[in-house]
Design a protein around this ligand. Structure first.
Ligand SMILES: [Zn+2]
Length: 278
């Protein structure tokens, strides 16, 4: 299936019978906390919020989550707050139905269903970023696909599908993935890919760790910018081919600890809020 075929025929919500069964089963018990996550996971998640703001991927909107390290049926996500302001005390635990377990009056992000439904559909995913970076928006609205122009975005070599919320919902919406059904449709659009563009909205990027999801988001944003520049030059644009992308992804993702440490140090020093205590 091509990217455009998906966008046009993205499948209505009524097609999600399997997902509805899964939801019904998991919705029965009252949510129970999985207990305290590893302190390092909370620290990384706070850093991820600030790094993505510092790197221009997130502004006052967008969010990043981590799957709970003690229970794959739980995830961690800030209360509704600008990412640059997130501290450890703002992180809330959710079940995969995206119900906050201990809200204590704290508001939840409207689009938290992105996280719950992608975690449900993709056991390999341990961290998720949802962003509205301006550079990716044209590729979600155009027939020009987003492809890896350089090695740091090699993870895009498997293709980047486009999720069209109008096709998923069967008509116009406010563009927000603000229900479980829309989250399930988005997860189907993502499939086994590392990222999905959202027409007229932004993107979702997944990773096997918080640093990987953050790095992929940073380099996806840069790739969209430089690809648009290359396209604007005219002539033939030569992207990484499939074998180059496969090899480059392995090489790059083996060394992500290097930029992660740099970004984390810079972001935590620059941001105004208090640093995490643990
Ligand atoms: Zn959004």
């Amino acid at each position: 299936m091509t990217r455009r075929q998906f966008a046009l025929g993205g499948g209505g919500l009524l097609a999600g019978g399997l997902v509805a069964t899964a939801r019904g089963a998991s919705a029965e018990p009252a949510p129970a906390s999985a207990g305290a996550p590893a302190p390092g996971l909370i620290e990384d998640l706070v850093a991820a919020n600030r790094i993505l703001a510092d790197q221009g991927v997130l502004d006052g909107y967008g969010h990043v989550s981590a799957r709970h390290d003690q229970d794959p049926g739980r995830y961690l996500l800030s209360r509704s707050l600008a990412p640059e302001l997130v501290t450890a005390g703002d992180i809330m635990e959710y079940d995969l139905d995206s119900r906050p377990l201990d809200p204590r009056g704290r508001a939840a992000y409207l689009e938290r269903y992105i996280h719950g439904e992608v975690y449900r559909a993709r056991p390999d995913v341990k961290a998720i970023v949802h962003h509205h970076a301006p550079s990716v928006i044209p590729f979600g609205a155009s027939t020009v696909p987003l492809r890896p122009l350089y090695h740091m975005a090699a993870f895009l070599g498997g293709g980047v599908p486009v999720f069209d919320i109008r096709a998923a919902a069967g008509g116009p919406t406010d563009m927000l993935v603000s229900s479980a059904a829309l989250g399930q449709a988005l997860a189907r659009g993502l499939g086994e890919h590392s990222a999905v563009l959202m027409r007229g909205h932004g993107a979702v990027v997944v990773g096997a760790s918080v640093p990987q999801a953050v790095a992929r988001s940073v380099y996806m944003e840069i790739d969209a910018r430089v690809a648009a520049q290359a396209i604007a030059l005219g002539g033939e644009v030569r992207y990484l081919d499939a074998e180059e992308a496969r090899r480059a992804q392995a090489a790059v993702e083996a060394t992500l600890g290097r930029p992660w440490e740099l970004w984390k140090r810079k972001a935590m020093a620059r941001c105004a809020g208090p640093t995490p205590s643990s």
